[in-house]
Write a protein that binds this ligand. Structure first.
Ligand SMILES: Nc1ncnc2c1ncn2[C@@H]1O[C@H](COP(=O)(O)OP(=O)(O)OP(=O)(O)O)[C@@H](O)[C@H]1O
Length: 510
């Protein structure tokens, strides 16, 4: 049977109507009426822009203004001479006061240059391609690029978020943002509601080892020391060039890192900074080094007691400290809220190198239980009575150290796997930039730390305390004269008399 033709509805035409700007279909008289208002608006906008730049760069603005005034009043030769004088002043400033010149002049020029050449041209496009924009009624909104500060090794780009946007959206696109702006990596910092900073990194200021600061004068005693000094002990520098401070009073410190990551340098840096307090007896250090003294044995004189194994001796030391914690807590009850310098008892620092050897790899089950129980007592109750544990660990798993949560200050040096970063610093900290698994083997002592009062982790490097430094530290703490001063000075042996040419000629050789 022949098929009958049937009518099929055509598909609707899917073409968007072109949207022309409003002024193209407004009457001419209305445009003429609005034109002066638009001109005034543009002039006001221009003045605001210039004033904002003047507030941001007052010196540059004043210089340009003065040159323009001189040019108008005295002609261009006078302006040229003044410009040359100002250029000479700048050169002199750079020569004599380089730090302030870099901060006040070079950094500003660099920031403006990076804004104009790197960020402004591609900001809109990058936000759209990274899916950080929002489109409402066909109008596209992108996060506002507020300002950039170029530090040389990183650019700090301040961004105002759109309504309904969270910093997490930038965190998951950090890699794309870094590539888009030609940086090595990008980290996100929250500085306020709807305000974040993109830290776009180009270099690493922590590649060079950092020497410890000079020891204070041995004649200065620690009389002025307060408990606050134990809450801010310098151990290195942060990526931003500030001092890396660790809290010992009211905390315990866990330094986690693969072998050779520089865990010991954290301990030595702490002891270096505590030198005056060790010398005066305000701080007393106990140590357990299960590696037979390979590490802490480098400066045994700094320790009140030092054990070189993980056996009975180590466990007894832990139990002694745990008993001291309990006894102090009892004596403080009703008297004082916590340890202070004037309480008559020293602040106790217990350093345990290779903590896992003491609490996990111990072959004697009874000793292992005793070690675990004593350490848990110290870490859970020792903070107020002035006892602090510094533990070093290679493997941060719960099976190795079940009570790592009892260490409020945790440091992630170079670790082997990304998962270990979360174990040490907490969930989500790795996404916020703490890539401890990416720390280079060539930069021991570099670490990531997470402070409880800050959302973002901080990258740091401990001081490099060499064996020579340790010898000086021991001399300082024990009060011994430095090696070069106590050395016996021998008189230089005199050379045998050299015969003179005349005596040789006369045959009087010696
Ligand atoms: N902060 C630092 N700056 C520069 N070099 C460092 C720093 N810390 C350690 N080093 C160097 O790195 C090497 C390993 O350091 P260290 O012994 O402290 O590592 P570790 O993590 O304690 O290793 P292990 O677990 O094997 O004992 C040493 O040669 C040391 O000189």
């Amino acid at each position: 049977m022949p098929e009958r033709s049937r009518w099929i509805d055509p598909a609707p035409l899917e073409v968007a109507r072109p949207r022309l700007p409003w002024w193209t279909h407004s009457p001419r008289w209305a445009l003429l009426l609005v034109a002066p208002l638009v001109a005034v608006g543009l002039a006001v906008w221009l003045v605001v822009v210039v004033l904002r730049k003047a507030v941001r760069y007052p010196v540059a603005f004043a210089v340009v203004l003065v040159l323009l005034v001189v040019w108008r009043l005295s002609g261009w030769p006078a302006a040229l001479v003044l410009g040359a004088v100002l250029a000479l002043v700048l050169v002199g400033w750079w020569w004599r006061f380089r730090r302030s010149f870099v901060r006040l002049v070079l950094a500003e020029v660099r920031s403006e240059w990076r804004r104009l050449t790197v960020y402004a041209p591609v900001w809109h496009r990058t936000m759209r391609f990274c899916h950080l924009e929002r489109t409402v009624n066909r109008k596209t909104h992108v996060p506002v690029f507020v300002r950039v500060r170029a530090d040389g090794w990183r650019d700090r780009v301040t961004v105002r978020l759109l309504h309904g946007q969270a910093p997490g959206e930038f965190e998951v696109r950090a890699e794309a943002l870094a590539h888009s702006f030609g940086a090595r990596s990008c980290r996100i910092r929250v500085i306020g509601p709807r305000r974040i900073v993109l830290d776009l990194l180009h270099g690493d200021p922590l590649t060079r080892p950092v020497s410890p600061p000079p020891l204070p004068d041995a004649a200065d005693d620690a009389a002025g020391c307060t408990a606050k000094d134990l809450e801010r002990v310098p151990v290195g520098v942060t990526e931003a060039g500030k001092t890396w401070l660790l809290k010992l009073l009211g905390s315990h410190v866990l330094a986690v890192g693969a072998t050779g990551a520089g865990k010991a340098s954290v301990v030595w840096s702490l002891l270096w900074s505590l030198a005056p307090l060790l010398r005066s007896g305000v701080v007393r250090v106990y140590g357990i080094d299960p590696k037979g003294g390979m590490e802490l044995g480098k400066a045994p004189d700094l320790f009140h007691r030092l054990v070189f194994n993980n056996g009975l001796e180590a466990v007894e030391l832990l139990e002694e400290v745990a008993a001291e914690v309990k006894q102090r807590a009892e004596s403080f009850r009703g008297q004082r809220r916590g340890w202070s310098v004037d309480c008559g008892q020293p602040f106790l620092l217990l350093v345990v190198d290779e903590l896992a050897d003491v609490v996990a790899y111990q072959t004697d089950r009874k000793l292992k239980e005793r070690a675990n129980s004593a350490l848990q007592t110290i870490t859970s109750q020792g903070r107020a009575p002035g006892v602090c544990v510094i533990g070093e660990l290679q493997d941060p798993r719960k099976e190795v150290l079940s009570f790592r949560h009892l260490f409020p200050t945790r440091i992630a040096l170079r670790v082997d796997e990304p998962g270990q970063v979360d174990m040490v610093l907490g969930d989500g900290v790795r996404e916020r930039g703490a890539a401890a698994h990416e720390i280079s083997e060539t930069t021991p002592g570099v670490a990531w730390v997470k402070y409880t009062d800050r959302r973002e982790p901080v990258r740091v490097r401990a001081f490099h305390v060499t064996d020579t430094d340790l010898d000086r530290l021991v001399d300082y703490v024990t009060g011994a004269a430095p090696a070069e001063q106590s050395a016996i000075v021998h008189t230089f042996p005199t050379r045998p008399e050299i015969p003179s040419a005349d005596s040789v000629r006369r045959g009087e050789a010696a």
